[in-house]
Design a protein around this ligand. Sequence first.
Ligand SMILES: Nc1ncnc2c1ncn2[C@@H]1O[C@H](COP(=O)(O)OP(=O)(O)OP(=O)(O)O)[C@@H](O)[C@H]1O
Length: 608
Amino acid sequence: MFLTFWRFRRAIASHVWPLGGGALLVIFVAAMQVALPWPMKVIVDDVLQPSGPSEQHRLPGFLGLADAGPLQLLLLAAAALLAMTLLNAAAEYLGTRVLNGVGERVMATIRVDVFTHLQRLSLSFHDRQRLGDLVTRTTTDVDYVRALMVSMLSVLLPNVFILGFIVTICVMVDPAFALIGLAVAPLLFVTVLVYRRRIKAASREARRKDSDIAAAMSETFSSVRVMQTYTSETRHEEDFRTRNDGRKDAGLKVIGLQSVFSPLVDVIATLGTVLVLWVGAQRVLEGTMTLGLLLVFLAYLKALYAPMKALAKLTTVISRGQASAERIQEILDTAPAITDKPGARPAPRLAGAVELRGVSFGYQENRDVLHGIDLKAEPGNMVAITGPTGAGKSSVASLIPRLYDVTQGSVFLDGVDIRDLQLATVRRQVSMVLQESILFRGTIHDNIVYGSEGVSREHVYAAAQAAYVDEFVRNLPLGYDTPVAERGVTLSGGQRQRIAIARALVRDTPIVILDEPTSGLDAISEQYIMRGLDRLMAGRTVIVIAHRLSTLQRADQIYVLDHGRVVETGRHGDLIASGGLYSRLDRLQHTGDTHAPTLGLTQTETIA
Ligand SMILES: Nc1ncnc2c1ncn2[C@@H]1O[C@H](COP(=O)(O)OP(=O)(O)OP(=O)(O)O)[C@@H](O)[C@H]1O
């Protein structure tokens, strides 16, 4: 339990004072609750039965009120009860408010920590994660940790103090009798311990199932267009039902355990109460104990079991919170796979020479998808990578901005190993336009300046004009301030690509990577994009993944990839003449020879 506080000590550190203040207030409440039965004792023993055994009527004497009359005592006791109750209420209100407020603030800090950390984790981490799971870890799990922290401070802490105060007072007043009252405590303790462990395991399972549901949601609704077109709603529904049933069953298991736990604690507690009543009543009858003291003991017994019961109720909150804390910690403990090595220096403005020397790379350990790749692009050159689908073209491209680290060989930029340069300063000099460009929630303007915040509006307009964004933005009522829905779904594929090109133009990087940015577009869109791309490519080193003849013909060098290896390199004419894979593709286009190997062409892509 305390480990949870330790785990998040950094987030808690800035809230130590209110946290301490809140804790003191709830401890004060605990003390008040322990003091509350005493005025009642005075009323019973000294006002209602002033003739009882004198040595047991010590309280008024102890308080200097030995000579006070019964009415005076009644008045004083009643006033004390009222004052204590009011103070108790005020402290409870303040304490709860302060602690809950701190809980919210600490959680806000943890959420930011998790989000920031997630953003820094390398692609190799995100490749393995389900989005829905990450969402629950940042939202629900953080909230469960908040509930745990607040409950521990506002419920557990005062109850521990109540327990301590009561045991001390009981032992001081009547040690033998106190022992009777505490006889069932070990049994209670063991029950709490056993059930807590079982509830924790069940809660952890429930949290896993929560993530399953979130993952099903994000998977389904991020592909809602495909789902509806293929009328596969039933399939998704069934999948969701299965996961939902899993969550329900896990939830029912937690509830089952919890429902047994609470009554069990009640029964054990009642056993203790019966024991105290049995012995206590006899002692009152014998005259060795006052009725008031027995009532105090009984009130204490109730107060003594309350913490145990509170703990019973808290078990779910604590177990759930601990399971959630572990899940959050798992993320925070994951170190980014790609970091600056000590002594890495900032990359200067690059001329744009790119070289891969003997590069092997794999997404999983011992399963390389690229083998000994050699590739070179001089500054300002255009290098095309082509090859069948799955050959490793996109993998090569993702090594240049160091989205992944190579397993063998090196990537050099301007002759310097990319690992000797600071990551951020390298990435700032590489732009990418992918097959499908992702836009972010915000306006069209925001999306163009994405990654180059702070540039002037004129600069943005110039880039937008060059990338033919202006063509369609001019017709929008809000122009560049038109909001774009999440992932840019309110714009056409071609419009999204044009915005992506404008974004790359604004960034003005020496290296540009194009991953088939015109695939799947109609002829008119393609023309606009090609013209925009021409402007983007001018004067920069361009690494383009391409199947189109028009692009391949223009390339200074073409690398043909197959099964993760460079099988041919050269200019278009040389490759045709050499009679290899590339030329067979060319023949395929002219003769329609279906047995010739394909370079992964789709119907929409024509090599004329
Ligand atoms: N994130 C990933 N995790 C694991 N394996 C991957 C990942 N991305 C790609 N691969 C695998 O790496 C190999 C090369 O994929 P890559 O995407 O680089 O090929 P490609 O030539 O760009 O293909 P395409 O033309 O279809 O885009 C493939 O076998 C693919 O299954």
